[in-house]
Every structure is written in C-alpha cells, then in structure tokens.
Design a protein around this ligand. Sequence first.
Ligand code: PLP
Length: 411
Amino acid sequence: MSKTRSIENVDPIPSSQRAARVEYAIRDVVIPATALEAEGHDIIKLNIGDPLAYPGLPTPTHMIDAYVRALRDQHNGYSPSYGIPDLRAAIALDECGKPRGGWTCQPEDVYVCHGVTEALQVLFAATLEQGDEVLAPGPHYPPYLAYPQMFGAHTVEYRLDPNDGWRLDLEDISAKMNDRTRLLVLIDPNNPTGNVCEPHEIDAVLEIARKWPNCIVVADEIYDRMDFTGHKVSIASRSTDVPVITLNGVAKVYYAPGWRIGYMALHDPSNRLDSVRDGIERLLRSRLCASTPAQHGYLAGLTGDKEWMNEYNAKVLARRDLCIQRINAIEGIEVEAPGGAFYMFARLTHPRWMDRDKDFVLDLLHAEHVLLVHGSGFSKEYGIGHVRIVYLGDLEILDEAFVRIERFLTS
Ligand code: PLP
C-alpha cells in the first residue's frame, strides 16, 4: 500500500533535463535590464531583433488591414494544418520568383507554421534520432543549439571566419560532415553576424552536402530581403539534386514578428524527402494549425506592392552606416560592415573585455544603461569576445548609445 506524504515537506518537482539545458541569451539579458527599469532607469535596448521594438518601422498598414478584415470576416476558425491554400500558393510563387532566380516551388511543398521557430521544432522532430548531428554556423541563432538536443541529437558548429566578414569556413564544414549529419544549416543573411553568402559559396556547400546522402540542407532565409550586397540568392535555387528546406516568414522583412507566422518549403529535386515529408505532415496535423487571421495578414504582404520595402531598407542601411562609423571611431571595439539583416557582431579589442563579453554586457548595462547581447550567447566557441548590436534604433538613440559605449570603454 502506498503511503501519502505531506505535500509541504517534499522536494520541488524537477523539470526535465532537456528543458533545464535550454538557454536563450537574447532574452536572458533582459532580466537584469527589467530590474533596472523597475528602479526607474531608462535602458537603450539594442538587444532584440524585433523591428517593432524600435520607432519608424511599423508593420505596413495594408497587412494590418487584411489581418483585421480576416478577424471581422470571422476567419477565426482552425485553418488547414499545412496553411490556408491561398497563402501556400503565394509563398510558392514568391519562392519561384526570388531575386536573381527562384526554384520550382509548388503550393504542396509549403508548410505554414507558427513562425520559423515552430518550423524548426517540427523539422528537428521529423528528422533527428539519438546520436544524430546538426551542423550549424558558429555563431548562430540560439534555437539551432537548444532544440536538437531535445531529440537526442546535438549541434556541431562550423566556423564562420571572423577575419573575413564572417564568411563560411568551407574547409571546416567539410571536415565536420559525417554519416550522422542529418541537417546542414545555412543562415543567410546570418544572425548574429549579418554576413550574406556569395552564390559560389552556396554552390560549394551543396557540393559538400552532395557527398552525404542522408543530409538535408536547411536554408534559413528569414532576412533574405534585407540584403545590402545585392548578391543574395535563394539557396534552394542553386540545388539540382541536394534536398533543401527553406525557412522564411512574416517576422523580419514583413515587420510582423508578433504574428508568429513562418513556413518551411521543401525542395526535393531527387525525390528523397517522401518519408520526411510524411513525418512533417503528421506532426503538423497533430498541432492543428497556425493562426488563421495572421495568415491572411501575411498573404496581403506577399501579394501586395513591395515598394515600401525599399524605403524601410534605406532607413535600416542609414542606421547600419552610422553604427559602423561610430564603432570604428571608438578605441576597444571594432566591426566589419554586415551585408544584410539588422545585426552587427562587433569584436571587443579592449584588453579588459576581449575574453569577457558577458561581463562587458552586464557592466555596460549597469553603468550606462545600454543593453547589448554577449557574443558567447550565440556560440561559446566562436562568439566569445564579441557583442551583438541590433541597429534598428533611430539615429539619435544609436548616437546616444555610442556616446555611452565610448564613455564606458574609456573610463
Ligand atoms: N531564424 C533566425 C535566423 C532568426 O534570427 C529568427 C529570429 O530572430 C528566427 C528564425 C525566428 O523566426 P520566427 O519569428 O518566424 O519564429
């Protein structure tokens, strides 16, 4: 017979080990910042990759109108698990017509999710077994490290070259591929470095992946239309045989991260993804669907005029240029111009901070009330000694941030 025990005197109920291992640096540093705000301090936050957190970059009104119309028209029920048909068709068309060449994407290749973040969880769940590896860039967007371990797999980082604009280190990729590598991830443009891959680099990566028949290339292109190099190409468009799964969505280039809509699109030129596709579909059906009215908002963004993007990109570019100019005039920190997205990954050259990026971030926060993210939060190995700066603040705020950063570094 089991004895009942008094609930007051027992240990707390433990969380799973897999949850306890999850870290998300970008939001973890918000905790001390929130405490300072509670004491009445104003914090300049250059930590979060959310354009809506900064002035002058609102979600376009035609998208908001479509979302609101969907609500009013009672598009509030569950939608098909893989996405509303019109949105799948619009995404497919968009993939076919990407700048400098798309790929033959059919609506059935597109699966709409609650953001790229959900797409990643589904993709990992559908492909990874115990002992498998995900080869991802170092540094990288944190879920690429946090999620695979939940499925018994682990992430191996390949090196981005800090001395060459954070380009892919192709030799390192090649050396780290093996039979267990199921997914080879490209983030292009990259978070946190802003590097944009050249077409010949993508071709070289596909050449490497071709040697490993169990491997799928994951192309995270969520910042694709924020390309200042004019060289960005769709990764899937370069592959005639290697399977590529493209990830994209409404969050960044359509300025609506809170809508939580993204997608994965399967490019399967040698017909090798049937089983993975079946797994993805089962998982998607089991979680019902993505937000229905938000899908209508994204549809309006994809089908509407995109002229506004040029104006937004010009604003972002002006902010980038100011930051580069300011950083490179400060002793103790340096940066290379990022080619896309809205991040820069600056190197701390100050002897006091070059190996202590997290201390730098926390001390800067407390002393000067400017919030950045420590580079080691994006890769312990490849991010150390760096800080990620989101350059979406308006020019005046950015200017003030650098006054404070300079004061801190020279004090
Ligand atoms: N992929 C990358 C590379 C990101 O930087 C981010 C967000 O910062 C995401 C995906 C998240 O996408 P979503 O908001 O669609 O989940």
